[in-house]
Design a protein around this ligand. Sequence first.
Ligand SMILES: *[C@@H]1O[C@H](CO)[C@@H](O)[C@H](O)[C@H]1NC(C)=O
Ligand SMILES: *[C@@H]1O[C@H](CO)[C@@H](O)[C@H](O)[C@H]1NC(C)=O
Ligand SMILES: *[C@@H]1O[C@H](CO)[C@@H](O)[C@H](O)[C@H]1NC(C)=O
Ligand SMILES: *[C@@H]1O[C@H](CO)[C@@H](O)[C@H](O)[C@H]1NC(C)=O
Length: 732
Amino acid sequence: MRLSTLLLFPGIFVCVLFPLTNCEEQRIPEEKLLVVTVATKETDGFKRFSVSAKHFNYTVKVLGRGQKWRTGDYMSGPGGGQKVRLLKAALEEMKNEDTIILFIDSYDVVFASGPKELLKKFQQARHKVVFSSESLIWPDRHLEDKHPHVIEGNRFLGSGGFIGSLPNIRDMVADWAGEDNDSDQLFFTNIYIDSVKRKSINITVDSKCRLFQNLHGALDDVVLKFEDGRVRARNVLYDTLPVVIHGNGPTKLQINYLGNYIPNTWTFETGCTECHEGLLPLAALKESEYPLVLVGIFVQQPTPFVTVFFERLLKLQYPKNRLKLFIHNQEAHHERQISGFLQNHGSLYQDVKLIAPKEEMERAASHNLALDICRKDEDCDYFFTLDIEVVLKNENTLKILIEQNLPIVAPMITRAGRLWSNFWGALSAEGYYARSEDYVDIVQGRRVGVWNVPYVSSVYLVKASLLRLELTDYELFNSDILDPDMAYCHNVRNKGIFMYVTNMHTFGRIVSTENYQTSHLHNDLWQIFENPVDWQERYIHENYTYIMKDKLIETPCPDVYWFPIFSDVACDHIVEELEHFGKWSGGANTDGRIQGGYENVPTIDIHLNQINFEKEWHKFLLEYIAPITEKMYPGYYTKALFDLAFVVRYKPDEQPSLRPHHDASTFTINIALNQGGLDYQGGGCRFIRYDCSVEAPRKGWTLLHPGRLTHYHEGLPTTAGVRYIAVSFVDP
Ligand SMILES: *[C@@H]1O[C@H](CO)[C@@H](O)[C@H](O)[C@H]1NC(C)=O
Ligand SMILES: *[C@@H]1O[C@H](CO)[C@@H](O)[C@H](O)[C@H]1NC(C)=O
Ligand SMILES: *[C@@H]1O[C@H](CO)[C@@H](O)[C@H](O)[C@H]1NC(C)=O
Ligand SMILES: *[C@@H]1O[C@H](CO)[C@@H](O)[C@H](O)[C@H]1NC(C)=O
């Protein structure tokens, strides 16, 4: 035998050289293997099975297509006599007696490796029929003692997967005469515990899960092992790498989790967008041909930054005449913002439906109604649910989701600085949240892909065809025990429909609705603690973060620094809030005591503690002013303590200017809340020692200067209009 021939037949090579070792008979050619499964319906689970079978080049024969499934809900999977009847009939027609049959379920099965490995392990089992094994006995516990003992591993068989040679399997099912609703598991168990039949048919169980892994009762024994860009489920109890993974029993969903890692299934890892067959590229379409989407917006509690939500909705990249809006508002507090948005922009959308708080519609009812509007509207292609607390930073979100072409898909959103996300990785046995092994990696973006998950919420896209064909029940969100979102996902799962979450892009986050006060005019100003990221985006000047890097800080007078700090919106909100509050005070009281901000010079002002804003202001000083102070006055560290922080109003006929004075502070900040030369004339600040003035104050910019000794200063007269400045004496 030439060496090249030996290399072609490594099995034989080993036999020739080491005839006394555990040598195998000749390897079974892969073409001899036929996978047989029963699937009356092409569920998402079946499609996943098919994709994984195709990936590993299995040849699959599907029985029962289009037939009625007789043993209940198809989600419980083909289990039962009907499978045996169909198998028996199919085997009777098969001719090639050397065929190896792998009979398995498919709705909850994925392959983890190919035919070669499966056949090798089958041969190593040294039996003609090998059943998958279970650690738990069902359906009849009384049969336990009749089962043969095994040296190590599971004693009981599972009917959801077995492999064997055609004649032996044909023999095994020959006696089947049961009803379609009889238990196949019991039928095979009875054959197996009959020692005569067991021996004559030559049956064994794969007790150490070398070929088959049933996940029922075994979740803790199975871990995922990543290697060379591949992933295998590994049974750590027996140290085996099973080939067929079956998410049977109440753990059915765990197969989704494992299925996430089988290459080329419906989900994929980074950089593999092409391997997903079903993408629906929108770029090929004219805007007028874009799918019609009903956007359901749900306002279920008082929520910060609602105005920003609608600004963002307006920026969503999608033709607005291909969008319809359904808005359910349960909060009177937000009526002004929503009607403002609809008045200004509602007509851009193809249709708008608003359910106002006075209709007192409950959450589940409005979700049911919104879905039903899409279901019944034959133009509706998708339903896009969007809770008001969602911050969709990615303007292309809707397009990205549509292009995924999945039944239900959510963009992954998170809560800044927390492990919260709008999906669950796994479910507990009771159907509540459970953390999957990879949850943290997915939330933190260390694993990137489109993931099959058991629960999504807050923002997701649903295909309308699904609503018409599968999710036809009106009351999808109703439940006596579960909250509406959980009820909905429960119903989706029970229909065998897959839900996905993608973290292939950054999509956004969710705002916290906790500790949201509604007693002010601009409540969002108070959100610096609860939603610091949203607060910064809304209220801090867009160029603030560049002032150090790009040297944007100006020095108009010695040791006086001038830089952008507040956005226009922040300035407007502060002024409006104070005018709304209205209790401007100043000058000398009747008792002669000086009121107002400056201890020695009276001003017309409102102190920030009068509107309960001092804690928030301190946080603002610490976060945004202290770092600049420490840079500009090296060696000086501040805790940003202050006794006095107030907004001063200058008006020609009220108080136009302020006479020269020192401040009771180590340093002072003085933020212009409106625009010199536009909102008012004149104004500014003059530092007398240097005879240096800062005129035409810029809206949103602050002056930062030492308070005492050197920077004796005066407020220059405002000659027309009204000027507002926010002043803080820091470290008095
Ligand atoms: C499946 O078959 C194709 C073509 O015969 C081959 O290119 C591919 O490598 C095979 N895949 C596996 C996983 O063996
Ligand atoms: C079962 O079949 C194997 C060959 O696959 C054979 O070696 C073994 O003796 C058979 N066992 C029985 C009990 O017939
Ligand atoms: C199975 O179906 C038959 C009728 O087809 C019925 O009489 C019988 O009660 C059913 N058995 C079970 C266990 O559901
Ligand atoms: C921020 O800086 C850019 C570039 O200098 C400028 O164009 C823009 O107007 C600035 N933004 C504001 C709000 O001043």
